[in-house]
Design a protein around this ligand. Structure first.
Ligand SMILES: C[S@@+](CC[C@H](N)C(=O)[O-])C[C@H]1O[C@@H](n2cnc3c(N)ncnc32)[C@H](O)[C@@H]1O
Length: 308
């Protein structure tokens, strides 16, 4: 994953202390790094990066309460929460599970964009688009319809890997993504008639009723806790008989959890209920993994649903 985000405090000395603290941390001197961060914070109390890093060190030292308090200060210092401090509070059980801040997702993928494809495809053996392609073909085959689509919307399109997999089967692709840098890369592929930098539910809300016959989300719903709003909008935007196909990471329990890798995992039962609740009809729900972690497949689901 990308290097940690740095937001300047606006105070040169505080920023320099932060740099020294980071060096000390890299050398393994966590206590000295925490001391320096406190000195930086003393000069610049609204220094979100210092609060976030201090919290991270506190957690590493096993100081849970101090970590929680520092993560909370990081949120106060940067209410948009570009560092993802709220996610860390959720993991620590100090905050209820909720959606990620869009600013965090944007900052994460803007940093990630230049090395995204190498990291995902080569290092993590990413296969989300190929799995979606197979699932959509077989869902279409089952209802004796050709797998050809006039207009497809690619939610969380990233650099365009999913559009690449479906390029020959789709007349016109629309890509939606929170990260301008990922969108820049998607533009270079030439696969998209239109690209929009926005949150996926907002992006769908701007689309007309029954204006797409395919909606894809490859490895993007793992950044969305509550699937209901996006599924409801997808249903509205799809034509009758149109398909929604997406991947999620999953787990053996109930509902939605946040994993250590700061990605949500949706239980199969939750996905079934969410599809039904949105008025879609489940066509495929397969236990298939879209990527590896530590050389092992991450449990996942490939889902295809149709608008009746
Ligand atoms: C792991 S990448 C996958 C990209 C692409 N679909 C693929 O298969 O390579 C996830 C993408 O989803 C985008 N994303 C995550 N949450 C989003 C949201 N709520 N709205 C729009 N885009 C989102 C991220 O910015 C990122 O580009």
């Amino acid at each position: 994953m990308p290097a940690r985000l740095f937001l300047s405090s606006g105070d040169l000395i505080a920023d320099r202390r932060f740099d020294f603290a980071r060096d000390l941390r890299l050398k393994g001197d966590l206590a000295a790094a925490a001391d320096l961060l406190l000195q930086a914070i003393e000069r610049a109390p609204g220094f979100a990066s210092a609060w976030f890093t201090l919290a991270d060190i506190r957690q590493q030292l096993g100081e849970r309460d101090a970590a929680i308090s520092a993560f909370r200060k990081a949120v106060v210092a940067d209410p948009d929460d570009r560092h993802g401090a709220r996610l860390r509070l959720m993991l620590l059980g100090a905050e209820k599970l909720s959606d990620m801040s869009p600013a965090y997702v944007r900052a994460l993928f803007d940093q990630y964009a230049p090395k995204f494809e190498t990291a995902l495809v080569d290092d993590l053996d990413y296969r989300g688009p190929a799995l979606l392609f197979k699932a959509v073909l077989s869902a279409r085959g089952a209802v004796h319809k050709p797998a050809f689509f006039k207009r497809a919307i690619d939610l969380g399109c990233g650099t365009g890997l999913a559009a690449g997999a479906f390029a020959k089967e789709v007349d016109e692709f629309i890509g939606i993504d929170l990260s301008p840098r990922m969108i820049e890369r998607a533009r270079l592929t030439g696969f998209y008639a239109e690209l929009e930098v926005t949150e996926m539910v907002q992006g769908l809300r701007g689309r007309r009723d029954a204006s797409a016959d395919l909606i894809l989300a490859a490895d993007a719903m793992v950044y969305v806790a509550d699937l209901a709003p996006v599924l409801v909008e997808a249903r509205r935007v799809l034509i009758s008989g149109g398909l929604l196909a997406f991947t999620v990471e999953t787990h053996g329990g109930e509902g939605v959890i946040l994993g250590e890798g700061l990605r949500y995992a949706h239980a199969a039962g939750y996905v079934r209920r969410a599809i039904e609740g949105a008025g879609l009809v489940l066509s495929r729900l397969e236990d298939l993994s879209a990527r590896n972690e530590d050389n092992a497949p991450v449990p996942g689901l490939v889902v295809v649903a149709a608008k009746p």
